[in-house]
Write a new protein. Structure first.
Lengths: 380, 90
């Protein structure tokens, strides 16, 4: 590096990446920058320092100890990972994680733990099986039977399936088809890194009947979960599988007949679905778009409008527009003012008209009226 | 197959606005109180958490179970409720 490296001036992410590059175990996530700076100074800058022998002795065992762990287990405890590493680890298992924030971190850590545990046990055994499977068929079938006995055997089988698939797809696919519906690890399926070479368990079933009951229950529970995850990933695979399966059918194994009814039943129940690697078909629920727009049943309006708004609209439709109301008010006010100002004149006019109207009537009432007018005019 | 409750339908039928957490389907008084203690005092905050988890109902269910002690049914119901709300309004 040409420029002078003062770790304190480097950004935290830069420090992290430097530490990782030098195989130094990172401190727990969300540590302060000073800790990173210290580590950086300790491990990296010592190269440039003259007196690093004494420090190195202290450091080496620490670093060595820490380095052993990662080698031994691929990924350490999720809690010690930084956010980025956690995200990368999840991605490695095929889980696209969202932002890792305070509240989401716990969830993702748990998820990673879940993914790690079965993975490790699967991978370790898978390696062994792969070696064994390179031998003849008979040996394989024995192995398969042994495997089937294990409750957790499926992951291994998947592993071995993957490695084996190239060797023996043709013969195994028949057996596979039958059990694929019964035995499936949906969880692993979605996160399995070797999906490309995954054949519907070229071996998942040496025993079509024996483990059916226990596995079918498990499948039904996990079918929905798995289907969503695996569906998208396994779309390309059915093509290869269907080709392989056709080859198998022609090969005509002795165990053909018992598997036929199984296949047919599945086809009957789900006629329109294509083949999937595991034979499990679970329809994905259509998202209810516009739950507010459900037409008849619940009578929701087309646009999301709150009841208050609806009421307001109704009211406004019936009311007289406010401008007209103001206009009427002003007119009335003017009239009243006019009357107030010209009261006497108005009275005179009115009485005159009344006099004319009542000329033929009783003179007494007229007199009373004239007296009134005199009084009124007298007041002025 | 989806028998939604009245609470579910009420929530999904309109913008949530400022509704409290207990307006969510599956969240009653007890769970609502627990969520409020953690800072999720409005339904919109819980929606925020749901969106942070990329609208993944499974992960949200897990989170809700951890955060409030909800059981599977309640958590799934809440997740489904939020998902439908998002489908309609988001």
């Amino acid at each position: 590096m040409p420029f002078e490296e003062d770790p304190a001036y480097l950004s935290k992410s830069r420090l992290k990446s430097d530490l990782v590059a030098h195989n130094v175990a990172l401190p727990p996530a969300a540590s302060k920058k000073e800790i990173y700076v210290e580590l950086h100074l300790k491990h990296i800058d010592q190269r440039n320092a003259a007196d690093f022998s004494s420090d190195e002795e202290d450091l080496v065992p620490d670093v060595a100890d820490r380095e052993e762990d990662p080698d031994h287990t691929e990924i350490p405890d999720p809690r010690t990972l930084t956010d980025d590493e956690l995200k990368a680890a999840l991605l490695h298992h095929g889980v696209k994680a969202g932002p890792i924030v305070g509240t989401t971190r716990a969830v993702y850590e748990k998820k990673l733990k879940k993914l790690l545990q079965p993975d490790e046990s699967g991978k370790v055994n898978g390696a062994e099986k792969a070696v064994v499977y390179s031998d003849s068929e008979e040996e394989e079938e024995e192995e398969v039977e042994e495997e089937e006995q294990k409750a957790d055997g499926e992951e291994e089988v998947e592993e071995s399936v993957c490695t084996e698939s190239e060797k023996q797809t043709a013969e195994q696919t028949d057996l596979a088809k039958q059990e694929s519906s019964q035995a499936k690890l949906p969880y692993q399926n979605g996160s399995f890194p070797y999906l490309q070479c995954f054949m519907p368990s070229s071996r998942l079933h040496a025993r079509p009947t024996s483990n059916r009951e226990s596995k079918s229950k498990w499948n039904s529970r996990n079918a929905v979960k798995s289907s969503e995850r695996s569906r998208s990933r396994c779309k390309e695979i059915p093509v290869g599988i269907s080709r392989a399966s056709s080859v198998d059918q022609h090969s005509g194994l002795g165990s053909g007949p018992p598997q036929e009814p199984m296949k047919d039943i599945i086809k009957e129940i789900f006629p329109e679905t294509g083949t999937t690697p595991t034979g499990i078909h679970a329809t994905r629920r259509r998202p209810i778009k516009g739950a507010a727009q459900r037409p008849v049943q619940y009578g929701y309006p087309a646009t999301p409008v709150s009841p208050a708004t609806l009421e307001r609209r109704e009211m406004e439709r019936r009311r007289v527009p406010i401008r007209i109301q103001i206009l009427v008010f002003l007119i009335m006010a003017c009239i009243l003012y006019f009357i107030y100002v010209n009261l006497e004149d108005i009275c005179v006019v009115l009485l005159d008209s009344l006099n004319q109207g009542f000329d033929s009537e009783d003179g007494y009432s007229l007199q009373a009226e004239t007296e009134d007018t005199q009084v009124v005019s007298g007041q002025d | 197959m989806s028998t939604t409750s009245q609470k579910h339908r009420d929530f999904v039928g309109e913008p949530m606005g400022d509704k409290p957490v207990t307006a969510l389907s599956g969240i009653g008084d007890t769970l609502g109180r627990k969520l409020e203690e953690q800072g999720f005092d409005k339904a919109s905050v819980v929606l925020g958490q749901f969106l942070l988890l990329k609208k993944d109902t499974d992960m949200f269910s897990d989170w809700l179970k951890d955060a409030s002690g909800a059981n599977s049914r309640q958590a799934d119901s809440c997740a489904q409720c939020l998902r439908e709300w998002c489908d309609a309004f988001l």
